[in-house]
Design a protein around this ligand. Sequence first.
Ligand SMILES: [Ca+2]
Ligand SMILES: [Ca+2]
Ligand SMILES: [Ca+2]
Length: 548
Amino acid sequence: MSKHLLLMTVAIVLILAARPDMQQAAPMPSDESACRALIDLPNLTITQAVIRPASGATPQHCYVRGLIAGRIGFHVQLPLRSSWSGRLLNIGDGGKDGSLNLANDRVAEGYAVANSNSGHDGGAEPGSTFGWNRDAVLDFGYRAVHLTANASKTVVRQYYGRAARYSYFDGCSTGGRQGAMEAQRFPEDFDGIVAGAPLLAYQAINAQEVVNTQRIFSDTLAGNLAYDTDRDGVPESLTKWEIVRDAVLAKCDANDGIRDGVVDDPLSCSFNAEADLAKFACSGDVDADGCLTKRQIQTVRDLHRGTFDSKGTQIAKGYARGSEWHWSGRFVAHKGNNMAPSRLSVGDDHIAFLFYETSPGRPAPEPGPGQAPRTLYRTGAAPEFGWWDFTIDDLTAGKARFTQSALEATDSDLTRFLERENGRLLLYQGWADDVPAEPTVDYYRAVVDKTFGGDLSAARERVRLFMLPGVGHCRGGPGPDTWDRLGPIVDWVEHGRPPDHIVAARQVDGKRVNERKVCAYPQRAIYTGPAGGQHEAANWVEGNFACR
Ligand SMILES: [Ca+2]
Ligand SMILES: [Ca+2]
Ligand SMILES: [Ca+2]
């Protein structure tokens, strides 16, 4: 053996002997360097990739920010590799978005979490004002979520060295619309989608907001459900609204067998504004506090009934019986909301920028306290729209066709997502929402018909709907509104266990009150607890209800 060969042999023996130690001495690239390396990810523009320290309940994680197609900003929160569950979650947005949202609690649960700004910066372009730019309209409609889904999968694959085992989407309101849009247009993006209060017919819903504002404000607030008792020009008494709210509950709360301020099944509530409010009519139809004029009763009838165009075609369904609890904040103009109920600005802003194909480029002025709309005036050239000039017939005439094609998620053929891609979809909505709830039931039935040939049991293997009694827009209201919104779909996708019910509770001062089963449509939760004890809050627990 030559000296050279001997040295080589010795070296090899030494290396082999040292291997276990060497593996420890030379570990996989650290989370820190793997995270920092994402800045050079090919085929994606990453602008930031740093380890963020633990903060509160949020663990240390790799934070990545990037830019797609110029306007779409996105970010991903990546749990360290030792604590990753193998799951990717894209979270939905709210309102008109324009910012990067976080789900720190899901990071703590081991999810990689992604979100985008929906294609615009809400600081530079607040509300709907991004609507002047067609690219931004398409991004907000569907493109930002889809491209962020793709980008976040790439980031995950690079950071962890393998693809996510499961990808989910969870959103409500605008996020619900985004989830439905993904199921309809990009069936390969997610394994499971949770879509709450999904604003499917987005233009009809927003147009109805404007019509409701007209119902309240027109003719110097004649249909408003508030009264100016001290004659200072601003109505501050909400007695009229309280009469309406309480009259609906008096008629229908107990229909479901339990008096708890919640109308379980609004579709079976026969409250009729003309008949059931007749005993509260103002004497001689002269407006006063503590009574309702004919015009005000008509407001109630219209809010329940929905919106029709001038030919009588229904444009949007109305608000369910039992949803009146939030009308004072959303529709009624009074001193407490500075004469600007929340749906006024939303609808006005939307119609000005996101309804017509050509956006006007500037918002219409808002009324201030005491100002009736007819005292306002157009300040810009057409097509600047003030909500008081809006006509619902523009929708039927097709003047929103372009924006409908970008923004509406109404396709009930989910064959590609639910059958070809074997996806799972969980829809939910609160019955007491100020976005009409019944259209979500209608959509579910349309999916059963169109995708499953009318076979409800086949549909229930892939898509389920949960209608939450007494719950407002995504949360809030007199009904149980708190539950783990992701748990049921994860169990369904990963273990094949479809949720027959979810367990929701109402939290008051940190205590669980009014806990219920919320059953998959068309079943409803029936009280099965101690006989005669159905009205006692102590008996409102999961085990005392059955799905029938
Ligand atoms: Ca966002
Ligand atoms: Ca007053
Ligand atoms: Ca009830």
